[in-house]
Ligand binder design. Structure first.
Ligand code: FAD
Length: 128
Protein backbone atom coordinates (compact mmCIF):
# COMPACT_ATOMS: atom_id res chain seq x y z
CA UNK A 1 0.00 0.00 0.00
CA UNK A 2 1.39 3.38 -1.05
CA UNK A 3 0.51 6.04 1.55
CA UNK A 4 0.64 9.77 0.88
CA UNK A 5 -1.11 13.06 1.70
CA UNK A 6 -2.76 13.54 -1.72
CA UNK A 7 -3.32 11.01 -4.49
CA UNK A 8 -3.49 12.78 -7.86
CA UNK A 9 -5.07 10.85 -10.71
CA UNK A 10 -3.50 12.24 -13.88
CA UNK A 11 0.09 13.42 -14.33
CA UNK A 12 -0.66 15.99 -17.02
CA UNK A 13 0.20 19.68 -16.60
CA UNK A 14 -2.61 20.19 -14.08
CA UNK A 15 -1.56 17.24 -11.91
CA UNK A 16 2.09 18.27 -12.03
CA UNK A 17 1.41 21.85 -10.98
CA UNK A 18 -0.88 20.59 -8.20
CA UNK A 19 2.19 18.82 -6.75
CA UNK A 20 3.97 22.18 -6.54
CA UNK A 21 1.03 23.98 -4.92
CA UNK A 22 0.47 21.13 -2.42
CA UNK A 23 4.19 21.09 -1.68
CA UNK A 24 4.06 24.74 -0.65
CA UNK A 25 1.48 23.64 1.93
CA UNK A 26 3.84 20.83 3.05
CA UNK A 27 1.68 18.07 1.59
CA UNK A 28 3.23 15.17 -0.29
CA UNK A 29 1.63 13.89 -3.49
CA UNK A 30 1.58 10.63 -5.41
CA UNK A 31 0.52 10.73 -9.06
CA UNK A 32 -1.10 7.90 -11.00
CA UNK A 33 -1.14 7.91 -14.79
CA UNK A 34 -2.06 5.28 -17.34
CA UNK A 35 0.64 6.68 -19.62
CA UNK A 36 4.24 5.48 -19.16
CA UNK A 37 5.50 9.02 -18.48
CA UNK A 38 4.27 12.27 -16.98
CA UNK A 39 3.05 15.14 -19.15
CA UNK A 40 -0.44 14.22 -20.34
CA UNK A 41 -1.60 15.49 -23.73
CA UNK A 42 1.39 17.85 -24.04
CA UNK A 43 3.85 14.95 -24.08
CA UNK A 44 1.72 12.28 -25.65
CA UNK A 45 0.14 14.29 -28.48
CA UNK A 46 2.18 17.39 -29.30
CA UNK A 47 5.58 17.73 -27.53
CA UNK A 48 7.08 19.72 -30.45
CA UNK A 49 4.15 22.12 -30.89
CA UNK A 50 4.68 25.71 -29.73
CA UNK A 51 2.19 27.02 -27.16
CA UNK A 52 1.48 30.74 -26.90
CA UNK A 53 -0.86 31.03 -23.92
CA UNK A 54 1.38 30.24 -20.93
CA UNK A 55 1.94 33.25 -18.64
CA UNK A 56 5.48 34.69 -18.88
CA UNK A 57 6.27 32.46 -21.89
CA UNK A 58 5.49 34.24 -25.17
CA UNK A 59 6.27 30.92 -26.86
CA UNK A 60 7.23 27.52 -25.45
CA UNK A 61 7.23 23.99 -26.83
CA UNK A 62 4.76 21.70 -25.06
CA UNK A 63 7.57 19.26 -24.24
CA UNK A 64 9.68 22.05 -22.72
CA UNK A 65 6.74 23.21 -20.61
CA UNK A 66 6.38 19.70 -19.17
CA UNK A 67 10.11 19.51 -18.49
CA UNK A 68 9.85 22.75 -16.49
CA UNK A 69 6.74 21.59 -14.63
CA UNK A 70 8.49 18.33 -13.67
CA UNK A 71 11.55 20.28 -12.49
CA UNK A 72 9.37 22.73 -10.53
CA UNK A 73 7.42 19.98 -8.77
CA UNK A 74 10.35 17.59 -8.22
CA UNK A 75 11.64 19.66 -5.27
CA UNK A 76 8.63 18.27 -3.36
CA UNK A 77 9.57 14.69 -4.29
CA UNK A 78 6.27 13.33 -5.60
CA UNK A 79 5.76 9.61 -6.06
CA UNK A 80 4.60 8.15 -9.37
CA UNK A 81 2.64 5.09 -10.41
CA UNK A 82 2.94 5.18 -14.21
CA UNK A 83 1.53 2.87 -16.85
CA UNK A 84 -1.41 1.98 -14.62
CA UNK A 85 -5.00 3.10 -14.84
CA UNK A 86 -6.77 4.21 -11.66
CA UNK A 87 -9.85 2.05 -11.66
CA UNK A 88 -11.36 1.90 -8.21
CA UNK A 89 -11.92 4.60 -5.58
CA UNK A 90 -13.08 3.47 -2.16
CA UNK A 91 -13.78 5.43 1.01
CA UNK A 92 -12.47 3.70 4.13
CA UNK A 93 -13.97 3.67 7.62
CA UNK A 94 -11.23 6.00 8.90
CA UNK A 95 -12.25 8.60 6.29
CA UNK A 96 -9.28 8.02 4.00
CA UNK A 97 -9.53 6.85 0.40
CA UNK A 98 -7.99 3.90 -1.38
CA UNK A 99 -7.35 4.08 -5.13
CA UNK A 100 -6.61 0.79 -6.87
CA UNK A 101 -5.18 0.53 -10.38
CA UNK A 102 -5.86 -2.00 -13.11
CA UNK A 103 -2.61 -3.73 -12.07
CA UNK A 104 -3.74 -3.98 -8.44
CA UNK A 105 -1.47 -1.28 -6.96
CA UNK A 106 -3.19 0.28 -3.95
CA UNK A 107 -2.76 3.88 -2.83
CA UNK A 108 -4.10 5.41 0.39
CA UNK A 109 -4.57 9.07 1.31
CA UNK A 110 -7.01 11.40 3.06
CA UNK A 111 -7.41 13.38 -0.20
CA UNK A 112 -7.82 12.36 -3.85
CA UNK A 113 -7.53 14.96 -6.62
CA UNK A 114 -8.74 14.09 -10.10
CA UNK A 115 -6.69 15.78 -12.84
CA UNK A 116 -7.67 13.31 -15.53
CA UNK A 117 -8.10 15.78 -18.39
CA UNK A 118 -10.14 14.46 -21.26
CA UNK A 119 -9.03 10.83 -21.24
CA UNK A 120 -9.80 7.58 -19.56
CA UNK A 121 -11.83 8.92 -16.73
CA UNK A 122 -15.49 8.04 -16.75
CA UNK A 123 -17.69 8.55 -13.70
CA UNK A 124 -19.20 5.47 -12.11
CA UNK A 125 -21.79 5.64 -9.38
CA UNK A 126 -20.45 4.26 -6.07
CA UNK A 127 -22.07 4.31 -2.66
CA UNK A 128 -19.90 5.90 0.06
C1 FAD B 1 -3.29 18.86 -30.39
C2 FAD B 1 -3.54 19.68 -29.14
C3 FAD B 1 -3.02 20.97 -29.07
C4 FAD B 1 -3.25 21.75 -27.94
N1 FAD B 1 -2.70 22.99 -27.87
C5 FAD B 1 -2.87 23.74 -26.77
C6 FAD B 1 -2.30 25.06 -26.67
O1 FAD B 1 -1.66 25.54 -27.61
N2 FAD B 1 -2.49 25.77 -25.54
C7 FAD B 1 -3.22 25.24 -24.49
O2 FAD B 1 -3.36 25.93 -23.48
N3 FAD B 1 -3.77 24.01 -24.54
C8 FAD B 1 -3.62 23.26 -25.65
N4 FAD B 1 -4.21 22.03 -25.73
C9 FAD B 1 -5.00 21.56 -24.58
C10 FAD B 1 -4.10 21.09 -23.45
O3 FAD B 1 -3.24 20.06 -23.90
C11 FAD B 1 -4.98 20.56 -22.32
O4 FAD B 1 -5.82 21.61 -21.89
C12 FAD B 1 -4.11 20.09 -21.17
O5 FAD B 1 -3.27 19.00 -21.55
C13 FAD B 1 -4.99 19.67 -20.01
O6 FAD B 1 -4.15 19.29 -18.95
P1 FAD B 1 -4.63 18.27 -17.86
O7 FAD B 1 -3.47 18.01 -16.96
O8 FAD B 1 -5.91 18.76 -17.28
O9 FAD B 1 -5.05 16.95 -18.68
P2 FAD B 1 -4.22 15.98 -19.62
O10 FAD B 1 -3.09 16.63 -20.28
O11 FAD B 1 -5.27 15.33 -20.47
O12 FAD B 1 -3.65 14.92 -18.59
C14 FAD B 1 -4.51 14.05 -17.91
C15 FAD B 1 -3.77 12.79 -17.60
O13 FAD B 1 -4.63 11.97 -16.81
C16 FAD B 1 -4.40 10.63 -17.17
N5 FAD B 1 -5.57 9.86 -16.74
C17 FAD B 1 -6.88 10.14 -16.94
N6 FAD B 1 -7.66 9.23 -16.35
C18 FAD B 1 -6.81 8.35 -15.75
C19 FAD B 1 -7.01 7.18 -14.96
N7 FAD B 1 -8.23 6.73 -14.67
N8 FAD B 1 -5.93 6.52 -14.50
C20 FAD B 1 -4.69 6.95 -14.79
N9 FAD B 1 -4.44 8.06 -15.53
C21 FAD B 1 -5.50 8.74 -16.00
C22 FAD B 1 -4.19 10.68 -18.67
O14 FAD B 1 -3.46 9.55 -19.11
C23 FAD B 1 -3.40 11.97 -18.83
O15 FAD B 1 -2.00 11.76 -18.83
C24 FAD B 1 -4.02 21.24 -26.85
C25 FAD B 1 -4.52 19.92 -26.93
C26 FAD B 1 -4.30 19.16 -28.05
C27 FAD B 1 -4.87 17.75 -28.10
Amino acid sequence: MIKTDIIIIGAGPVGLFAVFEAGLLKMKCHLIDVLPKAGGQCIELYPKKPIYDIPAHPEILAGDLIEKLIKQSSQFKPGFTLGEKAEKLEKNKDGTFTVTTDKGTKHNAPVVAIAGGAWWFSAQKTEF
